[in-house]
Design a protein around this ligand. Structure first.
Ligand SMILES: Cc1ncc(COP(=O)(O)O)c(C=O)c1O
Length: 389
């Protein structure tokens, strides 16, 4: 059967490629997937199971369960400072589908969208499907991989329609400050640009930082689609619930498009998501604290390894480790770690040209596993001579 041009040219995720490689080895430690190791909190699972037993087995509204849309609007108003109601909320199959639908609803084929490089690789796939040009703006470790208004402005062309922001960022952990967001907002207003703000790691920020939603800034709600998800915050990756918050007319268009995509998100998952938002957030905080401890453990252990340099991230649960001093490419380091250490990481090159020189280690794995992984990595690359045993 002949494949379409799109199918033939879809970018293959470097993360999934590493994941598939892992299947060929025994006794591997897999640190390539961005998936919380925690189980979904029990009260959320109970709510999903209750829903299945009590009739939530049917189609539901394209835009989502009214109760969930209401709960999301209340959360976005209280925690993110957005002036919104349920009419501004579209429930989607994860943040992934919210991003895809947002791009398809807001941009035309041939339009350009700016994003930070390194980036979450799926962004390229969404753009590809929508015929949109992804313009990756390099960011660097010296500036903690922050995308700045100045760098965006330099990359603007007559076809630029939107900026895709991801803060806290995968894979770099960059968390944009309020001032940085204000500068980007000013540029967006001045140049009439749309913002797609992808914020699924909002709850995972370290050292007292907080996530700011750019849509809460003056004049920004009407030009921003805020995307979020239950996947990371509530350890609910497999439930596939995310959402987009935007102007009412835009959400109506997304709901129409949803009918031709997946009709709706599965009803029981939405019911479970309602329970997640009704909780007191205790588990969310506990998970965040645990991720922060792991980040600190990795800061100590990875910096002892020859050729490795790692600074604790500002947010999310990835170590983006500088491996330039090994003299190898990121793909070579990742390959050596699989073959000689049985540890699966992702080469930084999978996240764009600016990711070369880095590997990504997901620390959504427990401390014992991480300690064993770093012991294996150290056995492959050796210990820095200045570091004490
Ligand atoms: C930056 C970013 N955005 C979106 C997603 C998609 O998340 P989901 O579709 O599970 O909500 C991910 C998943 O890893 C991500 O890292």
């Amino acid at each position: 059967m002949k494949l379409s041009t799109i199918a033939k040219t879809m970018p293959v995720s470097g993360i999934r490629r590493m994941f598939a490689l892992a299947a060929g080895y025994d006794d591997v430690i897999n640190l390539c997937i961005g998936e919380p190791d925690f189980q979904t909190p029990a009260y959320i699972i109970d709510a999903g199971a209750y829903a299945l037993r009590h009739g939530y087995t049917k189609y539901v509204d394209n835009a989502g369960l009214p109760a969930l849309r209401k709960a999301i609007a209340a959360k976005m108003a209280a925690e993110n400072g957005l002036k919104c109601s349920e009419k501004n909320v579209m429930v989607t199959n994860g943040a992934g589908q919210a991003l895809m639908s947002s791009i398809m609803c807001a941009l035309n084929p041939g339009d350009s969208l700016i994003l930070a490089d390194p980036y979450y690789p799926n962004y390229l796939g969404y753009c590809k499907l929508a015929g949109v040009n992804a313009i990756a703006v390099p960011t660097c470790e010296e500036e903690r991989f922050h995308l700045t208004a100045a760098a965006i402005e330099k990359a603007l062309t007559p076809s630029t329609r939107a900026i895709l922001l991801n803060s806290p960022a995968n894979p770099t952990g960059a968390v944009l400050s309020l001032t940085e967001l204000e500068e980007i907002a000013e540029l967006a207003r001045k140049r009439d640009l749309l913002i797609i703000a992808d914020e699924p790691y909002e709850a995972i920020v370290y050292e007292g930082r907080r996530n700011y939603s750019i849509a809460s800034l003056p004049g920004m709600f009407e030009r921003t689609i805020t995307v979020n998800s239950f996947s990371k915050t509530f350890a609910m990756t497999g439930w596939r619930v995310g959402y987009a918050v935007a102007e009412e007319a835009f959400i109506r268009a997304m709901a129409v498009m949803q009918e031709s995509l997946t009709s709706s998100v599965n009803a029981a998952s939405q019911y479970a998501a309602c329970a997640a938002l009704a909780g007191d957030g205790r588990e969310v905080l506990q998970m965040k604290d645990e991720y922060e401890k792991r980040a600190e453990l990795l800061t100590r252990s990875l910096n002892r390894i020859k050729g490795f340099k790692f600074t604790k991230p500002e947010g999310a649960f990835y170590a983006f480790v500088n491996i330039k001093e090994t003299g190898l490419t990121s793909a070579e380091v990742a390959q050596r770690l699989i073959e000689q250490g049985r540890v699966i990481t992702t080469p930084g090159s999978a996240f764009g040209p600016s990711g070369e020189g880095y590997i990504r280690i997901s620390f959504a794995a427990n401390s014992d596993i991480l300690a064993e992984a770093t012991r294996r990595i150290e056995a492959v690359f050796g210990r820095k001579s200045c570091s004490r045993p």
